[in-house]
Design a protein around this ligand. Structure first.
Ligand SMILES: [Mg+2]
Length: 370
């Protein structure tokens, strides 16, 4: 895989020969070490006692401090594999254990950076397009809206970088208000709660966020203070289906919809997200990179089917897929750092964040940026 994206898959094996599979994100190379450490809590245990095992894992990681998405990534991989095993043992798809179906298929949306790429996605039936970054984002969003028309949902993700001030996020948000966005995502960094409150107060757009969080407690103030309209747990680093279904319940109580994050995730986590979205009442849509790495689906023993912007719900027992181990082993992890993508203004990602100008204006704030 590329150095900025790594996929980590975990398999759990039972004495009677079943294999459960899960995926962990949240810095996968570190999560891999965490999973290996947690192995001793799993060997010899009853795989059917999912909640008990996940609580033991949470307690076992307490001594490391607030481990965030690393511990929650390890937990996600293990927990998803446990749900897969349990559903297999009962001969039903996972969504049946989550309460059954609330819909016949799951909507997804994808990304576009230009009117051309947006139109290409729409031509494949996609009904939701997300524009990312800050550089020229207002202009790009208007151009894409003009190209795709009003019948396609449009979203903007500012990615909440640490150097983006609430003042600038408010200015961008207000400029986007006429576009009738489905949501504005991460207008400021998720740990800038004060900034988020200011954006909420000043921008008349639905707000989305949560992809960088790992626990229910992380999400709590955003819900109780009414700071979110759409919550976006990352299926690989939010503790697995056990935690995600609880989050969905919390979101339901606060009138919030669920749209799992999938920016860097692999195809196993996508299966888990589809089971969740298929069963909860407040599902919005799944994020999906499309097109992704050309051999993405080779990872799996069976694939999700989609058309018209909707993903079919897998009906075979368990998660509904497995990992092609021989194929995965051909692509060992090399490194795991993100390189600037061009979505931000030059200079804003490369040097000391808090000394960077937020948005280039003129004179001083342009120095060294051109
Ligand atoms: Mg995002």
């Amino acid at each position: 895989m590329a150095t900025s994206r790594n996929w980590l898959f975990v398999t759990l094996h039972t004495e009677d020969g079943r294999i459960g599979v899960g995926e962990g994100s949240g810095w996968p190379r570190v999560v891999r070490a965490a999973v290996e450490d947690l192995r001793c809590l799993l060997v010899g245990e009853d795989a059917g006692q999912i909640e008990r095992i996940t609580q033991r894992i949470r307690v076992a990681t307490m001594g490391h401090g607030q481990t965030g998405v690393v511990a929650s990534g390890a937990l996600a991989a293990i927990d998803t594999a446990l749900w897969d095993l349990k559903a297999q043992s009962l001969g039903v798809p996972i969504f049946e254990l989550l309460g059954g179906l609330t819909r016949d298929a799951v909507h997804y949306y994808t990304h576009a950076s230009s009117p051309e790429t947006a139109l290409e996605a729409v031509s494949r039936g996609v009904r939701g397009i997300k524009v990312g970054g800050i550089k020229d984002v207002v202009e790009r969003a208007y151009a894409i809206r003009a190209a795709v028309g009003d019948d396609v949902d449009l979203m903007v993700d500012l990615h909440g970088p640490p150097w983006l001030s609430a003042a600038d996020a408010i200015a961008i948000g207000r400029a986007l208000e006429p576009l009738n966005l489905l949501f504005l995502e991460e207008p400021v960094a998720p740990d800038d709660l004060a900034g988020w409150r200011r954006v909420r107060d000043k921008v008349a757009l639905p707000l989305a966020g949560g992809e960088r969080f790992g626990t229910l407690a992380d999400m709590l103030p955003f819900m109780t203070e009414g700071l979110l309209d759409v919550v976006q747990p990352d299926t690989g680093r939010f503790g697995g289906l056990t935690q995600m279904r609880k989050l969905a319940g919390m979101a339901e109580a606060h009138g919030i919809q669920v749209a799992p994050h999938s920016g860097s995730l692999g195809p196993v986590a996508e299966f888990a997200a589809v089971h969740l979205l298929a069963s909860i009442p407040n599902a919005l849509a799944l994020e999906r990179l499309e097109p992704d790495w050309s051999q993405r689906e080779e990872v799996l023993t069976s694939r999700l089917q989609s058309s018209g912007g909707r993903i079919e719900i897998p009906r075979s027992p368990g998660l509904g897929t497995g990992v092609n181990t021989e194929f995965v082993q051909r692509y060992p992890s090399q490194q795991n750092v993100a390189i600037a993508t061009g979505a931000f203004n030059p200079g804003t990602e490369q040097e000391t964040p808090y000394l960077q100008p937020r948005r280039p204006r003129a004179g001083i704030t342009r120095t060294g940026l051109e």
